[in-house]
Design a protein around this ligand. Structure first.
Ligand SMILES: NC(=O)c1ccc[n+]([C@@H]2O[C@H](COP(=O)([O-])OP(=O)(O)OC[C@H]3O[C@@H](n4cnc5c(N)ncnc54)[C@H](OP(=O)(O)O)[C@@H]3O)[C@@H](O)[C@H]2O)c1
Ligand SMILES: *[C@@H]1O[C@H](CO)[C@@H](O)[C@H](O)[C@H]1NC(C)=O
Ligand SMILES: *[C@@H]1O[C@H](CO)[C@@H](O)[C@H](O)[C@H]1NC(C)=O
Length: 320
């Protein structure tokens, strides 16, 4: 039997070192490819007579900005919001991006924190349209420095409904329509996720748990469509770091782009063929560093950043 003696053992270390260097190099090359070299692929969803993109939570932040970007690129829109007045203003704003295009912009209204939403009714209402992009964007966290036993059940239920239950059941209601459209070309369902689904941001367990659930659901739905036959219907989890939006009213920074800038990266990540993406390059670097380090260290850094962010959000509340 060959034995590892003290003379041959050290020979393994340079090999391990080389493998590690190759692994890191692969990561760097893939990063450059994905963000800077890869031909952008969202245009493959512009097929058929009248392709629609559906976007939930489209009256503010990332959803509203994404609607504007997609409209400018030639998509008809189905938008979702909870406030009809605000929705009408956003439809005007979106149409003003390209008034001569003649593209359609429809909407529907629903408070997604509720437990009694008529998902089938919403699905049936739009079943005749060719929806080629389905962006599950609506989401909300309300970090208010409280532990789960200090929050009431209704509050927690609302968070779970907004971030997990609604995207899950809405996607379910639209699957037959999406599958039908996918017979004539590519169709993608995007779940807008959060780093909070992967790292330990304090006080947001119902939100973060919902994002982690959606991340896994997205992956499995992709497998579901493929298990019995080939499919043009894909599912992707878009992992988001900090973005300046309606809820996140903190100054922009290198790692915290404005929603309008962020939306361009998000749209460019559509149709990449990957199951999970980090659309913004600076977010991607932060994610790689934080998830690559030992957990205790990552927890410590996330905690420090959370304290810093909570403070800034408090300050921005006071000055408004
Ligand atoms: N901003 C960030 O730093 C960040 C980081 C990670 C992940 N994300 C994710 O990105 C997505 C968009 O976030 P955002 O920052 O752009 O949010 P935002 O600016 O607060 O916009 C949220 C959108 O969802 C709608 N909405 C919220 N609660 C709703 C409810 N109960 N019923 C119906 N609609 C509701 C809002 O409607 P109103 O206009 O009526 O308020 C708005 O259209 C979310 O999934 C979020 O988890 C954001
Ligand atoms: C949907 O797309 C198919 C195939 O391109 C087309 O025949 C049909 O008319 C389209 N339906 C609508 C409502 O645009
Ligand atoms: C996928 O789309 C192509 C057109 O791009 C179509 O010919 C093919 O039949 C579709 N495949 C399935 C499984 O629907």
């Amino acid at each position: 039997m060959p034995t590892l003696d003290m003379k041959t053992l050290p020979a393994i270390f340079p090999l391990l070192g080389l493998l590690f260097v190759l692994y890191c190099l692969w990561g760097v090359l893939d990063f450059i490819w994905f963000h800077y070299l890869r031909p952008k692929s969202y245009a493959k969803f512009l097929h058929g007579t009248k392709p629609y993109a559906l976007i939930t939570g489209a009256t503010d932040g990332i959803g509203r900005s994404t609607a504007k970007v997609l409209y400018a690129k030639g998509f008809n829109l189905i938008l979702h919001g909870r406030n009809e007045e605000k929705m009408k203003q956003v439809v005007e704003e979106v149409k003003a991006v390209d008034p001569a295009s003649g593209l359609d912009a429809k909407y529907f209204i629903a408070d997604v924190s509720r437990s009694d939403i008529d998902f089938r009714g919403i699905g049936r209402h739009f079943e005749g349209l060719n929806i080629t992009l389905f962006v599950n964007n609506v989401g909300a966290s309300f970090p208010n420095n409280q532990r789960i036993d200090e929050l009431d059940e209704e509050f927690i239920t609302n968070i779970l409904n907004i971030n997990a239950r609604f995207p899950f059941f809405l996607t379910r209601a639209f699957l037959p329509t999406l599958r039908r459209t996918s017979r004539s070309g590519p169709v993608e369902v995007v779940f807008v996720g959060s780093f909070a689904g992967d790292v330990a941001v304090p006080f947001v367990s119902p939100y973060a748990g919902s994002k982690a659930l959606i991340k896994r659901v997205s992956r499995i739905l992709h497998a579901d469509e493929r298990v019995l036959s080939s499919s043009n219907l894909s599912f992707v989890y878009a992992n988001v770091g900090e973005v300046q939006t309606g809820t996140m009213k903190v100054a922009t920074a290198l790692a915290r782009p404005h929603a309008d800038d962020y939306a361009r990266y998000l749209v460019e990540s559509f149709g990449s063929g990957r199951r999970s993406v980090i659309p913004h390059p600076v977010h991607h670097i932060i994610y790689a560093i934080v998830t690559g380090m030992p957990e205790v260290l990552a927890d410590y850094i996330v905690l420090a950043e959370a304290r810093n962010l909570f403070k800034k959000m408090e300050e921005s509340k006071k000055t408004r």
